[in-house]
Design a protein around this ligand. Structure first.
Ligand SMILES: Nc1nc2c(ncn2[C@@H]2O[C@H](COP(=O)(O)OP(=O)(O)O)[C@@H](O)[C@H]2O)c(=O)[nH]1
Ligand SMILES: [Mg+2]
Length: 428
């Protein structure tokens, strides 16, 4: 096993740079740079020198974490140096010249943590989400996943499945011996399977991690000149869309992300819908608007409330500031994007609807991959409930166990692991 090293902190220049070294030669490398071995798990000030020339390179903190109870499960060392370009470059070059050491690939530290059983795949996915989190809700959900809340549930399901498989095997042995089995055992097995299936079904009701990552999709639609682009700009706080009184100005979808109240939103402005479209491009824009309307998590409809294309649309009567303009009958909200009147109500309503779509406090979201495996397990359990043949029940339970192993990554394919760990930065 190679010993790997990398600058794990951000790009220099920075106040402090953190270089991590992991693997069997980490201790030797640390001694070579510091001239002595620091006490384990205690930060100590040390002069960092080039092991070959003896030249002093920097003075900083050295940390020594002997494995296996470390982040990577291996011997791990950290040099906290000054974060200048030349300082970090000189230290990295000195490390590269030490035998058995090489620069780490992206995500390689985390991959080692996974391979050494320090974290499972779901925790690694949570860690990846944590690194990319931009909003408070993303951070919270990622933290729950990285801290192993989901993994602990999976472990519990695995144990329940194993116990079930063992019961089925026992019942099969009884029937082989033509003995009178415990009359209740099959009923108990069925009831446990049904209970677990129910648990998995509830798990699938959790919010999507992808929705949390990409934002709650809010689509603004309605006829030309309704004030859609003006409202979008007001919501995202910048001029993302062109506003004009020329009907048909917005011809394509315009997407603008914005975090409101810690929740990520993706606002989409659409081409105005009208019967007398002027040209082929406007027609394409309108077709795209219709797709966006269908895919919206929340639709803000700015036309006649009676024409709303979806029952769940939020019907908005715009331009409240215009003197003499009556609020449209049947509208949910009467507002002006220009004066700001009624905007707080709209934002309150958006947050209220969005909270049902993203994880709440103390909750996590499921990735498409995790959702798929839970579905595979659920299908297998449903299959087990549909038969009286214990051999077939045993086979379905085996399939469900396979899906659980895939969830923790114990049965993961290399491709999937490469895809996940490749997303991390070097030094993570
Ligand atoms: N007075 C007033 N004018 C508005 C308001 N919202 C939009 N407008 C005007 O209505 C016209 C069309 O607005 P725009 O946002 O481009 O509408 P869209 O075609 O639905 O995207 C522009 O001249 C805007 O300045 C508003 O709240 N109050
Ligand atoms: Mg527009």
């Amino acid at each position: 096993m190679d010993t790997i090293f990398a600058l794990s902190s951000g790009q220099p220049p920075a106040a402090i740079g953190i270089i991590r070294i992991s693997g069997p030669c980490a201790g030797e490398a640390l001694r070579a740079i510091c001239g002595r071995m620091p006490n384990p798990r205690l930060a100590s000030v040390s002069l960092f020198s080039d092991p070959q020339s003896g030249e002093a390179l920097d003075r900083g903190l050295a940390l020594w974490f002997p494995g296996p109870a470390t982040a990577t499960g291996e011997d791990l060392a950290e040099l906290h140096c000054h974060g200048g370009r030349a300082v970090t470059a000189a230290l990295l070059e000195a490390l590269a010249r030490i035998g058995g050491l090489r620069g780490a690939m992206p995500g390689e530290f985390t991959r080692r943590a996974f391979e050494n059983g320090r974290i499972d795949l779901s925790e690694a996915e949570g860690l990846s989400d944590l690194l990319f989190a931009e909003t408070e809700s993303q951070r919270r959900a990622a933290m729950m996943m990285a801290e192993g809340h989901f993994s602990r549930k999976v472990t519990d399901w695995q144990e329940r499945l194993l116990a079930l498989s063992a019961s089925v095997e026992a019942a099969l042995d009884f029937s082989d011996e033509d003995d009178v089995p415990d009359a209740g055992i099959e009923a108990r097995i069925r009831s446990s399977i049904a209970g677990l299936a129910d648990t998995l079904q509830r798990e699938l009701a959790r919010p999507d991690a992808e929705r949390l990552r990409d934002g709650v999709r809010v689509v603004l639609a309605g006829p030309p000149n309704a004030g859609k682009s003006t409202l979008l700009n007001a919501l995202v706080g910048r001029d993302a869309a062109i506003v004009s009184d020329i009907a048909g100005t917005t011809r394509d979808r315009i997407e603008a992300p914005a975090a409101i109240g810690g929740i990520p939103f993706l606002f989409t402005d659409t081409a105005g819908l009208r019967a007398d479209k002027q040209d082929a491009i406007e027609a394409i824009g309108m077709a795209r608007a219709e797709q966006a309307i269908a895919a919206a998590d929340i639709l803000l409809w700015m036309g006649d409330p009676a024409d709303a294309p979806r029952d769940d649309a939020v019907k908005i009567s715009a331009k409240k500031d215009v003197a003499g303009l009556q609020a449209a009958a049947g509208a949910d909200l009467d507002l002006s994007a220009i004066s700001g009147d009624g905007m707080a109500e709209l934002i309150g309503l958006l947050l209220q609807r969005a909270r049902g779509l993203v994880p709440g406090e103390g909750d996590y979201a499921l990735h498409a991959r995790q959702r798929r495996e839970v579905e595979v397990a659920l299908t297998a359990l449903s299959g087990a409930l549909e038969t009286d043949d214990l051999l077939i029940v045993a086979e379905h339970l085996r399939l469900a166990r396979g899906a659980m192993d895939a969830l923790t990554g114990r049965a993961g394919t290399e491709d999937m692991l490469d895809a996940l760990f490749g997303k991390f930065c070097i030094g993570k």
